[in-house]
Write a protein that binds this ligand. Structure first.
Ligand SMILES: Cc1ncc(COP(=O)(O)O)c(C=O)c1O
Length: 393
């Protein structure tokens, strides 16, 4: 008994020590109240007093409950949840939707359920960890294609087609519409054309496009009018909508399938009513947030404009609120982030192994509530590092 405890502890200890040696030890830090250039709260909904008031008002009107009391298939279902799914699906111009407790759960629940034996999932190499975890739980064959590389995707699609069971098996292609750690857009039009050519089913994770795109934050698929070309979309509520949870939208058939086969949906307690009300109110506020969206996109342009000629080759090309400066090495990127934090800018370093070695980065998130002055000052500080040659290839 004590021997196995000893070996478990020594395993934990040596794993952590290895991380420490790689300068990649993850630690929880409490938000120090600096200027927010780090959260995914792009429109400021997570801190919105107006939204809090709307939620409280809506909650007061309904009979109160603290928890949902069970999974959706047992005691945890309500007409409120079903109506909300219909409302969100309609907002996103889809037939149906199914709410999950988080975006992580949605991706795990979706990919593990559709990835049956004989099927193939082809994914962009930068796809989110939750999709990877869903694929690991599936029995499908999985293949990465180089980021946004259409030629490589087509090669993968051809291989899937030529496989002995390729034609009987179903092929899925998984991308993010705005990549979480790079901020760039997927080439959705071109990718959807390839999917059509090879009869593959496109799945788009819209986590960082929800509440961000100029079409009332409806996401890139709707912006490009690709709703009919997409098999499923995942919209998360924890980023631009400032609350928590996620929805998978697609056909009613997909919804019925997930209710029956998606373990991350079936075997968990449903979100409480208060969370559902929060999601509903956030969507309603989104419909009235034109000026915040305009301000957000204005600040993105301001940031890009003020980044110097020396710094811009290190800026990953992006028109989204996620602007990343590549700083080679965990130690270097941590040092630069700490310097920015010491000047009151809450910018966090993204380390290897979250991103590939040599591609460590400062991930700067812009928000509608940042001021133009703050954004200019931050870009000047970033430029300074390049002038002083503190960031080099
Ligand atoms: C692209 C992407 N998909 C899914 C998720 C998971 O969403 P959630 O935070 O709601 O679990 C994230 C969050 O980091 C994400 O960036």
């Amino acid at each position: 008994m004590s021997r196995s405890k000893f070996s478990a502890d020594s395993f934990l200890f040596s794993s952590l020590q290895k991380r420490q040696e790689q300068n990649a030890l993850r630690k929880l830090v409490v938000n120090a109240g600096l200027i927010d250039f780090c959260s995914n709260d792009y429109l400021g909904f997570a801190r919105s007093k107006k939204l809090s008031k709307n939620i409280a008002k809506a909650y007061d009107k309904l009979s109160h409950s603290n928890g949902s009391g069970g999974s959706r298939l047992l005691a945890g279902n309500t007409s409120y949840a079903e109506n909300l799914e219909t409302f969100i699906a309609k907002f996103h111009n889809a037939e149906a939707g199914l709410i999950y407790n988080s975006g992580y759960d949605a991706n795990v629940g979706l990919f593990s359920a559709i990835g049956q034996k004989g099927n193939t999932i082809i994914y962009d190499e930068l796809i989110h960890a939750s999709v990877h975890d869903g694929m690991k739980m599936s029995s499908a064959s999985t293949y990465a294609f180089r980021h946004n590389d259409l030629k490589h995707l087509e090669e993968r699609l051809k291989i899937a087609e030529a496989m002995p069971n390729g034609r009987q098996g179903i092929v899925y292609v998984a991308v993010e519409s705005i990549y979480s750690m790079d901020g760039d857009y997927a080439l959705l039009k071109e990718i959807s054309r390839l999917c059509k050519k090879y009869s593959a089913n496109l799945i788009v994770d819209e986590a960082h496009a929800t509440g961000v795109t100029r079409n009332e934050g409806k996401g890139r698929v709707q912006e490009l009018k690709l709703e009919k070309e997409v098999f499923a979309r995942v919209h998360t509520f924890g980023k631009g909508l400032g609350c928590h949870g996620a929805i998978v939208i697609g056909s009613s058939l997909l919804r019925d399938y997930l209710i029956n086969f998606s373990r991350a949906f079936i075997y968990t307690t449903a979100l409480p009513l208060k969370s559902l009300i929060t999601i509903h109110e956030a969507y309603q506020l989104l419909e009235k947030s034109e000026s915040e969206l305009k301000q957000l996109h204005h600040l993105i342009a301001v940031f890009k404009k003020f980044i110097s000629k020396e710094a811009s080759p290190f800026l990953i090309e992006s028109y989204s609120p996620i602007q990343c400066i590549v700083v080679n090495g965990n130690e270097e990127v941590k040092k630069i982030a700490h310097l920015l934090q010491s000047k009151d800018f809450d910018v966090r370093p993204i380390l290897n192994p979250t991103v590939p070695k040599g591609k460590e980065r400062l991930r700067i998130c812009l928000h509608a509530y940042n001021t133009e002055k703050e954004v200019k000052e931050l870009s000047e500080k970033v430029n300074d590092f390049f002038e002083k040659k503190m960031i080099e290839k």
